[in-house]
Write a protein that binds this ligand. Structure first.
Ligand code: NAP
Length: 429
């Protein structure tokens, strides 16, 4: 009997968890090809999770298990839309799963957001995680004293924390020497984390908000009036309590991390040099959980604005999008075409959230799709080879992995290759 041929596009957590489930449940009866446009697997675990959160990055060990299965093949450095089209995959495989995440920063939609000194969290986190796309996008932090971080989620906390950590606190991370130097030399004095709603509606989680209070170089400031309620109705009551605890903080430190609520982005204000000078907000009132802008405006001086307000998915070559996600019903886009992870549900949840969801989509595929006479990799791999395309398989990723670990300097667990050509050279060994 012919085996089921499945292509997965994107080797982040969602894609790996689909591969893991298919490989386990249809052992010996499925061929899963996991494509990634980068020569490296693991998506956001490698290039989104903060470099100082290595425990979270350890999720890649579980994900690697999926790629080691005999049913699963990693095909890195193959971009769908460049090296192959979505139609090519749909013709060659019984089903295609899009696990392409949400790669673009959600725009604030305010005048001035393209000014130098304004950066989205996707671009910023790709930079400090050595993503090849960020090579041309290195932010100039050399004169940054005041940072405004827009958004009240964990990514906002990641950004504030990385600006604040001492070199000693970054030991054991995989932050590159270049990013370490740029962050250490940035003369940051104040970071304001701004929410458009109130503290009750902040999306921080307790561990992340709690970690800010442990930083040697940073003192956290929360206005007592912003955390005066008993916490009833808080999105995360434990995180709210921690925030409330900061209201009594009096310790001073070289960097102040200040929380400001009830402020919705209105415009980015330029200075005489054409760079950002301030972020302008409308003061808001929160009604029925929604931020309603008032006429009052507030300017927060800023040398850098990092907007951490979420991400939107790209359309993967003409797949309809809705609200920043690929339009789908329970993971199904149309017969034979599925979607998982952030591209399916939007940019929310932890890495672990993806596992049950990806397993659900994998089970659905096994229920709905039967093996036909599609060629799968037997057609696709020769085609890539004929085009002279360099494909990075799992063994070649192992060589990149080993080379990055071997060149880690003092206090670092890894020194990533940021340039595509260096990644490909390491893949060759
Ligand atoms: P998030 O948790 O959804 O937070 C996004 C924030 O942006 C919210 O405060 C949201 O406010 C605000 N926002 C959205 N549109 C806005 C606009 N136009 N103007 C002003 N504010 C706006 O997203 P995230 O921080 O990007 O994180 C993404 C996911 O990854 C989350 O599930 C997060 O928990 C997870 N993550 C986890 C960790 C960790 O576990 N350590 C680290 C990083 C990320 P509203 O609430 O008012 O919409």
């Amino acid at each position: 009997m012919s085996s089921l041929k499945i292509a997965i596009v994107g080797s982040g957590p969602a894609g790996c968890y689909v591969a893991e489930r298919l490989g386990r449940k249809a052992k010996g009866a499925v061929e899963v090809d996991l494509f990634d446009r980068l020569p490296t697997p693991f998506g956001l675990v490698r290039s989104g999770v903060a470099p100082d959160h290595q425990t979270t990055k350890a999720a890649n060990r579980v994900m690697a298990k999926a790629l080691e299965k005999p049913e699963v093949r990693f095909l890195g450095n193959v971009a769908i839309g460049r090296d192959l089209s979505l139609d090519d995959l749909r013709a060659a495989y019984d089903a295609v799963v899009l696990a392409t995440g949400a790669a673009s920063d959600r725009p604030m939609g305010v005048p001035g957001e393209d000014l130098p000194g304004v950066i989205g969290s996707g671009r910023f986190t790709r930079w400090y995680n050595d993503h090849p796309d960020a090579a041309a996008d290195v932010p100039d932090l050399s004169t940054v004293r005041r940072v405004v971080v827009v958004g009240n989620g964990n990514v906002a906390i990641d950004v504030a924390r990385l600006f604040s950590k001492t070199p000693a606190e970054l030991e054991g991370s995989d932050l590159s020497p270049e990013a370490s130097r740029a962050l250490a030399e940035a003369p940051v004095e104040e970071i304001v984390i701004v929410g458009r709603r109130d503290a009750l509606n902040a999306k921080f989680t307790p561990t992340e908000i709690g970690e800010l209070g442990t930083l040697e170089n940073a003192a956290v400031r929360v206005r007592a009036g912003d955390v005066a309620s008993d916490g009833e109705g808080a999105l995360n009551s434990q995180a709210y309590e921690i925030l409330k605890g900061y209201a009594g903080e009096t310790r001073s430190a070289p960097i102040t991390i200040r929380f400001a609520f009830h402020l919705e982005p209105a415009a980015v204000v330029a200075g005489a040099d054409g760079r950002v000078a301030a972020m302008r907000f409308h003061r808001t009132e929160v009604r029925d959980g929604k931020a309603m802008a008032t006429r009052e405006t507030v300017d927060l001086p800023a040398d850098l604005v990092v907007s951490c307000i979420g991400y939107v998915s790209e359309d993967c070559g003409a797949v309809p999008t809705t609200g920043g996600r690929l339009a789908n019903e329970g993971g199904l886009i149309e017969p034979g075409l599925y979607v998982v992870g952030w591209a399916k549900r939007g940019p929310s949840g932890t890495i672990g959230t993806n596992r049950p969801e990806a397993h659900g989509v994998a089970d659905r595929i096994l229920d709905e799709v039967s093996a036909g006479d599609r060629p799968g990799r037997a057609a696709i791999i020769p085609r890539l080879e004929e085009a002279g395309h360099v494909t990075v398989d799992f063994a070649a990723w192992g060589r990149i992995d080993a080379a990055e670990s071997a060149r880690a300097g003092d206090g670092r667990v890894r020194h990533k290759f940021a340039a595509l050509e260096d990644l490909l050279a390491a893949a060759r060994g």
